[in-house]
Design a protein around this ligand. Structure first.
Ligand code: MRU
Length: 375
């Protein structure tokens, strides 16, 4: 395996500075308010936006994973409620339908609730002021967007400091799964933001990117983000992670989270749990990076986490092409749950905690509850 200097040299040469990715933005143009989503199902081939002028289009985009990833789902939910309010639709119905669009990422329902509560609070203070309520709802979505960006930056700082403690001296060789970068956030993301911080600090030796079957969020999206940022990265098929770890080529595994139960059990993209088992076997730290809002104090443990089951065709196909015999059935959970004992650390914007440290988890749950209550 090449040394650090050679790995850096292997990174694409002069990468032009590219504009930051904007996976979601509010459009106030005269044609009426709309939510614009960068269609993640088309990346990296094509950067095309979906124009949502109504909640049904947004729900469809959420369910097709055109907009995806826990923090971004929170923003989509909040802006979706703002869209319903701005378009004079039933905010209650919109909130209920959006919150149910995908079950596992706690941030979706939280974002919806934050915007809905702002709407209701305004109407309670000024009954009948629908325009004011609409403005308050949009302001709540925008505030969440800013907070998410700030949390992302803080997670990157804490995560990089943790890496420096875990792997002192050397360049970091990081293995990641799914996509956890700017495409899932108002900022630079969660786990991938840490890798990006390491890259900017000149400390990233190699980013190993799991392709992430069946929907290839790693191969399509993380590789796209890594290439845009000029990071030295290599793709691997998910089932090559074992031999990569056995070969001693990984210093830490970094993943995001869709829901962290009160006991530290963590739901993330399916394939995270086997990585945690492998990492433990090979003595490599397995680190979860997520905003504190992803901690759900009301979910006691991993068994209580609802794991989304998706359609069989996603497994029976590869990149949209049927590869299995017609009519093949499939087991297709979108997520799996990693027990706390396999997680070395949880990095949030508030700092780093060990999931097996009961006092630390209790404090994290309390912080999560209080920031969600002030939403
Ligand atoms: C910061 S993103 C954390 C998770 O949401 C991410 O790892 C993930 O599992 C996304 O799943 P997806 O099904 O693509 O929405």
């Amino acid at each position: 395996m090449a040394d650090l200097a050679a790995d850096r040299a292997a990174a694409p040469a002069s990468i032009p500075a590219l504009p930051p990715l904007r996976p979601l933005r509010w459009d106030d143009s005269p044609g009426g308010p709309a939510l614009l989503l960068l269609d993640q199902t088309r990346l990296p081939a094509e950067e095309r936006e979906i124009v949502c002028t109504g909640v049904p289009t947004l729900i469809d985009a959420i369910q097709r994973l055109a907009v995806r990833g826990a923090p971004l789902l929170g923003l989509a939910g909040a802006y979706g409620v703002a869209l319903a309010a701005a378009r004079g639709c039933s905010v209650g119905d919109a909130a209920e339908q959006l919150a149910r669009a995908r079950p596992t990422a706690v941030n979706l329902a939280l974002g919806v609730r934050r915007a809905y509560d702002a709407h209701q609070a305004h109407l309670a203070a000024k009954p009948g002021d629908l325009d004011g309520a609409s403005a308050a709802t949009l302001a709540a979505a925008r505030a969440l967007h800013r907070e998410d960006a700030a949390a992302s930056a803080a997670m990157a700082d804490h995560g990089l400091a943790l890496l420096e403690r875990l792997v002192p001296g050397g360049g970091h060789r990081l293995l990641t799964h799914c996509n956890t970068g700017a495409l899932v956030s108002g900022g630079e993301g969660t786990a991938l933001a840490v890798a990006l911080a390491a890259h900017r600090a000149g400390r990233l030796r190699r980013l190993w990117v799991d392709e992430t079957r069946p929907l290839l969020q790693g191969a399509r999206l993380t590789a796209y983000e890594a290439a845009r940022a000029g990071m030295p990265y290599s793709l691997l098929a998910d089932n090559a992670a074992g031999s990569l770890l056995a070969a001693g080529q990984v210093d830490a595994v970094l993943v995001g989270a869709d829901r962290i139960a009160a006991d530290g059990s963590t739901a993330n993209k399916v394939g995270s749990y086997p990585l945690a088992v492998l990492a433990r076997h090979h003595g490599v730290p397995f680190v979860v990076v997520a905003p504190s809002t992803t901690v759900d104090p009301d979910t006691a443990d991993g068994e209580a986490i609802v794991v989304e089951q998706r359609a069989a065709h996603e497994v029976a196909e590869f990149a949209g092409v049927q590869v299995a015999p017609p009519g093949a059935t499939a087991y297709n959970p979108a997520f799996d749950v990693t027990p706390p004992g396999l997680i070395s650390a949880i990095v949030t914007e508030k700092g780093v905690v060990s999931p097996v440290d009961v006092t630390g988890m209790t404090r994290l749950c309390a912080m999560s509850r209080s920031s969600n209550e002030t939403m």
